[in-house]
Design a protein around this ligand. Structure first.
Ligand code: AMP
Length: 130
C-alpha cells in the first residue's frame, strides 16, 4: 500500500505544495513547529533515509538545499534547521524548520495553529523564491 506521502506527491491527498521536480516533492508540514516548516521527500518510497541509494540521497539533499534557501528568503528567520526523524511516517522526509532559537526545533513543543489561508500564503511565498 502506498504511504500517505506517496499519495500526497501523486496529488491524491491534498498538500500545501512548495516545490516539485521529477524525483522530489516539498510541502508544508501540517503540524508546524514554526511558520514555513516544510517536508522534503523523494518520490521513491523508502522508509529510512540511510537506506536510499546514493544518487537519490544526494539528489534529495540538493533539492532540500534549494528549498531551504527559498524558505530563508521568504520567512524571517536566523537560519533553517534540518531534522530527520521518521518516527511517524515510514517514507523518508527531511524537516526544514525556520529557526529563531534552538528551541524552535524541539519536536515535543506545542505545534503552531495555522488557518488554511495562512498555509496557502506561506507555501506561495516560499514557492515564489524558487
Ligand atoms: P516524523 O515521521 O516523526 O518525522 O513525523 C511526520 C511528520 O509528518 C509530522 O511532523 C507530521 O505533522 C507530518 N505530517 C503527517 N501527515 C501529514 C500530511 N498529511 N501533510 C503534511 N504533513 C504531515
Amino acid at each position: 500500500m502506498a504511504t500517505i506521502f506517496s499519495l500526497i506527491a501523486a496529488g491524491q491527498i491534498p498538500s500545501y505544495k512548495v516545490a516539485e521536480d521529477e524525483n522530489y516533492y516539498a510541502f508544508l508540514d501540517i503540524n508546524p513547529l514554526a511558520k514555513g516548516h516544510t517536508l522534503v521527500i523523494p518520490k521513491k518510497e523508502v522508509d529510512y533515509i540511510f537506506d536510499l541509494d546514493d544518487e537519490t540521497y544526494a539528489g534529495l539533499c540538493a533539492f532540500a538545499k534549494k528549498v531551504a534557501v527559498a524558505i530563508k528568503a521568504a520567512i524571517p528567520c536566523k537560519r533553517v534547521g534540518v531534522a530527520v526523524l521518521g518516527m511517524e511516517v515510514p517514507h523518508t522526509h527531511i524537516h526544514l524548520v525556520p529557526l529563531q532559537t534552538e528551541g524552535d526545533l524541539d519536536f515535543r513543543k506545542k505545534k503552531l495553529e495555522m488557518t488554511p489561508e495562512e498555509f496557502k500564503e506561506t507555501a506561495t511565498k516560499i514557492a515564489a523564491q524558487l
